[in-house]
Design a protein around this ligand. Structure first.
Ligand code: SAJ
Length: 440
């Protein structure tokens, strides 16, 4: 199938890179979003989100005439839905005494509804938004049927999840393997034809519900594995063991690959997607549910560490270093560091946060420092929350000169503890128990 013109509905972290990449490969792309501000920004060749390489791509796409943004759809050969699927704010599910979060599918519903008037025989519609299993078949197909056309008979319908890593989206979009789940084999083929425009990785065709499950399985697998690493960190703490050493030894086993413990799991994917399984089948997802709970509780474990290092937190000055949800990104959404700052403040600590990727972030209830200097000057303790590459280059002796703090709490094993000890710091690393019981 040939695609001369496509509409991408939703111009966020996934929709915009996808739209601009299609444009770069010669497809005429109409990007659609409900925000007039986003539309105006993009049509000027500017962007509203940070992702390495994206600005250049969008600028070129606009200049070439291949990309235009609008709040209104038009007829096209294919429509891609790439809108957010967050949680519902005020509604929860309940099963056997367990409360779980519910997906808010309103953006997918209205995106599908907006396509109905423009849908024609032979078109292709692709849902990319991460969604609970069966969304394509049971939610999207019936909405599109309001056009009088039937999915799989009159037009093609497929689910194709994005699987790109924030920070490397532009490269991974092209290089990663791509799964396309069709409501029929012909729909899967049409989806493959579309993404073959730029995807260099393998394109795998399957049915829509399998593709939905694949996406959720990938992120759930990671969440469950981080949960076990986090639980190991608590056990190591209890038994006077260094979890980082123990993990590196265990990982020498040819069939073991334990992930890193840390202050918790953040971002808009891994901490969200497993709930879509729980919501769809609470009676079958005890492990997934409990892993989520373990990871969500990790910020409390960190606060316990800080309390152990500092005693009562009341009036204590803490410099929180790094607020992003993971290393080397500027995305502060759903960040465990953010939650930890709030929990410390709830116990009376005075926290100054420094995030080099967004020094002037405006976060409710958090005091941001404009510089490292300002954050650490009067601190009683330094709290390392994210393993940014630039933090690793810090010289402990220089830092010691700039702060009156002599306590360091490292939640990511980012710094060489011995060097910081030599510079006069009392060092507490997450998952490193007190070795007084060690027998060698
Ligand atoms: N984390 C740990 N320990 C680890 C690895 C990660 O605590 O060993 C934490 C990170 O610090 C962060 C969170 O987990 O807070 C998530 O980070 P991540 O790098 O694991 O993943 P995301 O959320 O940035 O991107 C994930 C990716 N999925 C997988 O690796 C299976 C990406 O490929 C997906 O496209 C993306 O979710 C998505 O959009 O779904």
């Amino acid at each position: 199938m040939k695609f001369q013109k496509i509409c991408v509905v939703g111009l966020g972290y996934i929709g915009l890179p996808t739209a601009s990449t299609f444009a770069a490969y010669g497809v005429n792309v109409l990007g659609v979003d409900i925000s007039q501000h986003i539309i105006d920004t993009l049509n000027k060749g500017e962007i509203h989100i940070h992702e390495p390489g994206l600005h250049d791509e969008v600028k070129k796409a606009v200049q070439s005439g291949n990309f235009r943004a609008s709040t209104k759809l038009q007829e096209a050969d294919a429509f891609i839905i790439a809108v957010p699927t967050p949680f519902q704010e005020n509604k929860f599910g309940e099963y056997s005494g367990v409360t779980y979060k519910l997906a808010d599918m309103r953006a997918v519903i209205s995106a599908a509804e907006s396509i109905v008037p423009f849908l024609r025989m032979g078109n292709l519609v692709v849902l990319e938004s991460t969604s609970p299993p069966r969304t394509t078949m049971d939610l999207v197909a019936p909405i599109l049927a309001r056009s009088g056309l039937e999915a799989g008979r009159d037009f093609h319908l497929a689910y194709s999840p994005e699987r790109v890593l924030p920070g490397q989206i532009m490269r991974e979009l092209i290089e990663n393997a791509r799964v396309i789940g069709g409501v029929t084999p012909e729909s899967a083929q049409a989806g493959s034809d579309l993404y073959a425009t730029f995807v260099k990785g393998q394109i795998i065709q399957t049915d829509a519900t399998t593709a939905e499950m694949v996406k959720l399985m990938e992120n759930t697998y990671r969440d469950v594995n981080i949960a076990v690493a986090n639980e190991f960190s608590r056990l190591a703490d209890k038994f006077g063991v260094n979890v980082w050493e123990a993990i590196s030894i265990a990982n020498l086993h040819p069939r073991v690959k334990i992930l890193n413990p840390g202050p918790g799991v953040g971002g808009h994917c891994i901490s969200v997607d497993p709930w879509f399984f729980v919501e769809s089948a609470p009676e079958l997802t005890s492990l997934i549910y409990h892993s989520r709970r373990v990871n969500d509780a990790q910020p409390h474990f960190v606060v316990g560490m800080v309390r152990r290092a500092l005693g009562s937190l009341k009036g204590k000055k803490i410099a929180a270093l790094g607020l992003a949800y993971k290393p080397d990104v500027d995305d502060l959404r759903e960040s465990p560091a953010n939650e930890i700052v709030h929990l410390l403040q709830d116990e009376g600590a005075e926290v100054k946060a420094w995030e080099p990727f967004k020094p002037d972030a405006n976060l409710a209830g958090i005091t941001m420092s404009p510089s490292l200097d300002d954050a650490i000057k009067d601190a009683d303790a330094l709290l390392l929350l994210v393993n940014h590459t630039q933090f690793k280059a810090f010289n402990p002796v220089d830092v010691a000169d700039q702060t009156k703090a002599r306590i360091l709490v490292d939640t990511v094993n980012g710094w060489n503890g011995e060097a910081w000890k030599s510079a006069g710091f009392d060092v507490h690393v997450l998952g490193v128990g007190n070795h007084t019981t060690r027998n060698m």
